[in-house]
Design a protein around this ligand. Structure first.
Ligand code: UN1
Length: 497
């Protein structure tokens, strides 16, 4: 074991080694010799203890007035502002994204703190007239209990904040299992909350693998809500487990997000947008632009300009602010990228830029890959259908608007989409006809803000949305309350008819 710090599970407000005593190392994907910390390699015993602590804390947390819960979130948001730079640097070390983007990830959690704190003074329900005289009725939100949050490595702080903060403001308690590649960012987020006065047991952290921690956590009978972000394959497993236990399940899964560029588009803008959408975060966003659907009139020029500019992007460790593209998260993810490059070649797509992992010299201890672009991709190639989660962009040429929309929608996912055009009619038709949860006009497919709902159609999820006020639906249930002050029995549907 290196001399890097040891981080224990947080259970009931105190720090605990895994019951097994085992740990795992969290390494920098830009330099695997750099160990960021050792984390508890937990199992079902730790999960059981954490859920019990969360269940116990729920008894009092549910009764704390929501505006008081909100005050803790406000204070935590202030602390996170103070700690932003340190958190961003640690995030770049553990996740690899370039520092500017890591700062954005922390900022997204700050935004979520203040937004959800504001919700603490709203959490509106309805009042509505009764059919009967002398009768009052309303609907109120109520929490559910213990929420299991299983979070990914690509937005190590933002996505946990999307789940944790709405869970807390509505009065639930939490057990979070962070991705094993990026647990430290979750510790930083939770530390802000506990420093801001969050009572013990309201948030518990258990680190470890999906099979030993995630699985027993979501199966635990006292867990009432499961919120999961990850692959569609695992997501459908989570949905089945949730169905067996009659739990609320919110899933945020894959994407194969298209950017359409019409002949009349501002090409300078489209080139810049495509580079940012495809290669920002090394393509490791659910919202990454992975298909460029280009009208034939501008296809050759756009392809040439993009290939030249993508080849000029500087790849390297994200802590060096000259670098624009960081590493893939781990060896497995890098191999997936390499495999899709092979698949693309075998399918007959034309490689116009990149195509190889970078393993020499300064890249030797990291998981780096060249920004890669394929042209002449056709709509049904695997390259055009399957989520890659890496720096690979596929260019598909189409004849007209209708074909562009048809190709855009012809994938199993529906998270984000975009169109570049100067034609306002085409833009509005696209807003209507692109079947995705998020649509951008003259902007790439990434860059959602936290006060609008985030999520997608088809294989991207199960109909729920994160962020926005809509996320409150995941973490609360409606209770309809009828108050009869007539002093006599009034039978609805009977006495007034
Ligand atoms: C994700 O892609 O997994 O919209 C989350 C965006 C970010 C969040 C992305 N605000 O690109």
């Amino acid at each position: 074991m290196s001399d890097a710090p040891v981080y224990r599970n947080l259970i009931g407000g105190t720090w605990h080694d895994a019951a097994s005593g085992a740990t795992f190392a969290n390494r920098n994907p830009a330099d695997t010799a750099d160990v960021i910390g050792h984390f508890a390699d937990s199992d079902e015993r730790d999960v059981v203890a954490a859920v019990a602590a969360a269940q116990q804390a729920y008894a009092s947390w549910r009764l704390v007035p929501a505006p008081k819960r909100a005050e803790i979130l406000y204070r935590a948001g202030q602390l996170l502002i103070e700690r932003k730079e340190a958190c961003a640097r640690d995030m770049t070390r553990e996740m690899g994204k370039v520092l500017k983007e890591a700062r954005g990830d922390v900022q997204e959690a700050i935004d979520m703190m203040f937004f959800m704190a504001g919700e603490g003074r709203r959490l509106h329900g309805q009042t509505t007239p009764s059919e009967m005289p002398n009768k009052f009725q309303m609907s109120v939100r109520q929490p559910l209990g213990v929420c299991a949050l299983i979070t990914p490595w690509n937005f190590p702080m933002a996505i946990p904040s999307w789940k944790m903060l709405p869970a807390l403001i509505t009065g639930n308690t939490v057990v979070i299992k962070p991705a094993s590649d990026t647990p430290l960012s979750v510790y930083h987020l939770v530390q802000c909350l506990t420093d801001a006065g969050l009572p013990p047991g309201v948030v518990n952290i258990v680190t470890g693998s999906g099979s030993k921690v995630g699985e027993p956590l979501m199966r635990h009978p006292d867990v009432k809500v499961i919120s999961f972000t990850g692959s569609t394959e695992i997501g459908s497993r989570v949905a089945r487990v949730g169905a067996e236990g009659m739990k609320h399940v919110s899933l945020e899964l894959g994407g194969k997000n298209p950017m359409i560029v019409m002949n009349d588009a501002d090409l300078d803008l489209a080139v810049e947008g495509a580079l940012w959408g495809a290669f920002g975060t090394t393509g490791q966003r659910c919202t990454a632009t992975s298909r460029l659907i280009v009208q034939r009139g501008v296809a050759a020029e756009l392809t040439a300009r993009l290939a030249a500019q993508a080849a000029a992007l500087t790849v390297g460790p994200g802590l060096d602010e000259r670098n624009q593209v960081g590493p893939s998260i781990n060896q497995g993810q890098l191999e997936i990228v390499e495999r899709y490059v092979q698949i693309g070649m075998a399918e007959g797509a034309r490689l116009v830029c990149g195509g190889a992992a970078l393993r020499d010299g300064p890249y030797a201890r990291g998981f780096f890959h060249q920004p890669t672009i394929f042209a002449d991709v056709t709509r049904h190639m695997r390259l055009a259908q399957e989520e890659i989660f890496g720096p690979v962009l596929s260019i598909i040429t189409v004849e007209d608007f209708d074909e562009a929309i048809d190709v855009a929608n012809d994938v199993p996912y529906g998270l984000s989409s975009s169109i570049y055009t100067r034609d306002v009619n085409a833009a509005f038709r696209a807003m209507r006809d692109l079947y995705t949860g998020i649509v951008y006009i003259n902007a790439p497919t990434i860059g959602a803000e936290i006060h609008l709902p985030f999520g997608g159609t088809k294989g991207t999820g199960n109909g729920h949305r994160e962020a926005g006020q809509q996320v409150l639906e995941v973490f609360s249930e409606w209770k309809s309350v009828y108050v009869d002050f007539s002093g006599s029995l009034q039978r609805a549907q009977i006495d007034n008819n």
